[in-house]
Design a protein around this ligand. Structure first.
Ligand code: COA
Length: 163
């Protein structure tokens, strides 16, 4: 039984994240999509909002082997707790490899018993980021194609209320 964790801050979850999640779900028996704390970021959406949005997408896509959770601890501790053999991360381009490798080294320093596998983002989704979504949404711009349709209204309403 191969379990993997797809961690992120998912603030908010985008179609880019959804692409990685769907592809990773095909590679493992169970995929945990886990909302974690990125100490360098102040989130716009709270933990429960982010979890609820990802659950709505998982339900819409009928991904029966995906479990959505939150954790406010270290990724390595979470991976151990659920018994996963690896972590999945998406790579959108060369600009992202350095920071991803540093994150991997930090995790390996803490626990070298699991691997991180990287999935290349679909080319049409490489320009998408959560901060781009937050910026466009805060000006009431069109989020079509940037976030999953199921959660588009939820995201737009939250970003508008944030002004
Ligand atoms: N498609 C679109 N966008 C993507 C993407 C994809 N496939 N993959 C990443 N991104 C973007 C996100 O939109 C986000 O954009 P933003 O910076 O504009 O907001 C950015 O890349 C990264 O976001 P995401 O992948 O959601 O999460 P993250 O990189 O912030 O996640 C954690 C980092 C949460 C995994 C990491 O901080 C962590 O493990 N925290 C727990 C504590 C810990 O163990 N720390 C490690 C020891 S230092």
């Amino acid at each position: 039984m191969k379990k993997a964790v797809y961690p992120g801050s998912f603030d908010p979850f985008t179609v880019g994240h959804s692409d990685i999640m769907c592809r990773a779900a095909k590679l493992f028996d169970t995929l945990y999509v886990t909302v974690l704390v990125n100490a360098g970021k102040k989130p716009t959406f709270d933990f429960l909002q982010r979890k609820a949005m990802i659950e709505a997408v998982v339900s819409e896509l009928k991904l029966t082997n995906v479990i959505v959770e939150t954790s406010d601890g270290l990724l390595v501790d979470y991976v151990k707790k659920v018994g996963a053999c690896c972590v999945v991360r998406g790579i959108r381009g060369a600009f992202e490899t350095e920071s991803e490798f540093i994150l991997d080294q930090a995790n390996k320093h803490l626990d070298s018993s699991f691997e991180t596998v990287y999935l290349a983002s679909e080319p049409a989704k490489r320009h998408i980021s959560s901060s781009m979504v937050r910026e466009i949404g805060s000006y009431n711009g069109n989020l079509q194609g940037l976030v999953p349709d199921t959660i588009k209204t939820m995201i737009a309403e939250r970003l508008n209320n944030n002004e």
